[in-house]
Design a protein around this ligand. Structure first.
Ligand SMILES: Cc1cc2nc3c(=O)[nH]c(=O)nc-3n(C[C@H](O)[C@H](O)[C@H](O)COP(=O)(O)OP(=O)(O)OC[C@H]3O[C@@H](n4cnc5c(N)ncnc54)[C@H](O)[C@@H]3O)c2cc1C
Length: 398
């Protein structure tokens, strides 16, 4: 949470994009020549807004480009009944508390609206509905292209979570056409499904929560193995009073970071592992009548087949098989052999001036969570400021 000094240091100066200024002056249409910023931030979710907050404090000229129509849409588009697993006391970004009692668990729409209010409060320069489709370098500057829009920047922050695109096994397309199938990112509520049983593939938090919801109306089969459970319920008395804070602020924020031997050891595994079950646990699923089955390995005669050879005659399949960041638009040498972004706690050492914020375990386990992203944003903006020519820095003080 921001200190009073941090909050009051934010002063919002009137923001005019260079492109706009030229248009107002009747400048010649030449997008590449007009649009130049010290920093372009790609992504306007919690990561991009946190970076924007600190860039504003430094007085750097920047713009945030976001593909969504409205700030907060990545939360609004999640399933209807979703509530955050983190309580409101851990759901505020720097400079603005989440407006709810500390132990309240916000709905996903309340979180989306909070982010929208945050962007408005700090007058962050966001261009919504702008999907970046190319990022490359030309003559020593970064070039960011979004359709016809072309912007040059001295430095670029890619500010987003790993959840930009879904993972599906290739055999999903062989399922019978009368089976309703969707990825968890397209699931909204039970009305999307047909009669008959449901196979949920993947036992992460999304899979467990969707399985529990659908168990009221459908027979559920759940395939895969969970990666463990937190040893308490976040909404229990002890969970609220002590354990949530201990786990999230203590373990996820401080113990499991690139600065500790334990964090460095855990990181490679955690980058590709589903988080432990937090709210809905194995015994809740068993009590709801959810049947655990082996892994799905393929499709036979249009039906999903399990590792043990059994074919399941189901009416619906929900793939809770995870996500990936979909970085094919980045035309820069920033990926390692596995295709992961190669960076040092968010700083891309191989491409000076390029940064990531929001990715899994960027710096700590908390980096991909609301309460952890602000620390990363501040550190990255400090690095940006250190590279910026001194004339570009106009620290804004009230
Ligand atoms: C189901 C679910 C529940 C979660 N619950 C919690 C919770 O309770 N507590 C918690 O702390 N964390 C939670 N998380 C984790 C994390 O807080 C969220 O995923 C959060 O949305 C991440 O914010 P972000 O800004 O990093 O990325 P995103 O929310 O993914 O935002 C990225 C933005 O970038 C935009 N974008 C992507 N590509 C481009 C492009 N090429 N050009 C322009 N814009 C682009 C997107 O449109 C999006 O608006 C949850 C995650 C999931 C999936």
């Amino acid at each position: 949470m921001a200190t009073k000094a941090e909050t009051s240091a934010v002063r919002v100066a009137p923001f005019i994009e260079s492109g706009e200024a030229f248009r107002r002056l009747g400048g010649i249409e030449s997008p590449a020549a007009r649009e130049r910023y010290d920093v372009v931030v790609i992504g306007g979710g919690q990561a991009g807004l946190s970076v924007g907050y600190y860039l504003r404090k430094r007085g750097l000229r920047f713009v945030i480009l976001d593909a969504s129509e409205r700030v907060g849409d990545s939360w609004r588009k999640r399933w209807d009944s979703l509530r955050l697993f983190s309580p409101a006391k851990l759901d505020g970004l720097v400079g603005m508390k989440f407006p709810a009692p500390p132990n309240y668990f916000p709905t996903k729409d309340e979180m989306g609206d909070y982010l929208e209010a945050y962007a408005a409060k700090f007058e962050l320069p966001i261009r919504s509905g702008t999907r970046v489709d190319r990022l490359f370098q030309r003559d020593g500057a970064f070039v960011v292209k979004a359709g016809e829009v072309e912007i040059e920047a001295k430095q670029v922050v890619i500010a987003m979570s790993n959840y930009q695109s879904h993972r599906l096994p290739a055999f999903a397309r062989e399922l019978r056409s009368d089976i309703v199938q969707m990825h968890s990112c397209d699931y909204r509520n039970p009305s999307q499904l047909r009669d008959g049983s449901v196979l949920i593939v993947g036992v992460g938090n999304s899979g467990a929560e969707i399985a529990k919801e659908l168990s009221r109306t459908h027979q559920i089969w759940m395939s895969g193995r969970s990666t463990g459970e937190t040893p308490f319920r976040p909404d229990s008395f002890v969970g609220r009073a002590v354990l949530v804070r201990l786990l999230m602020r203590g373990v996820f924020h401080h113990v499991l970071s690139v600065k500790t031997p334990m964090g460095r050891k855990a990181r490679p595994k955690m980058l590709h592992m589903a988080a432990p079950l937090i709210r809905v646990k194995g015994k809740d699923l068993a009590a709801a009548g959810v049947k655990q089955v082996a892994r799905v390995t393929g499709v036979r005669d249009g039906l999903p087949v399990l590792e043990d050879g059994q074919a399941l005659d189901v009416g619906n399949v929900i793939w809770c098989t995870g996500f990936h960041p979909a970085f094919s638009w980045i035309e820069l040498p920033v990926f390692d052999d596995r295709g992961d972004a190669d960076h040092d706690a968010g700083v891309v050492t191989g491409v000076p001036g390029l940064y990531f914020v929001g990715l899994h375990f960027l710096y700590a386990m908390s980096s991909g969570m609301i309460h952890g992203v602000g620390r990363d944003a501040k550190r990255i903006v400090d690095a940006i400021a250190a590279r910026a020519p001194s004339g570009a820095l106009r620290a804004v003080a009230r």
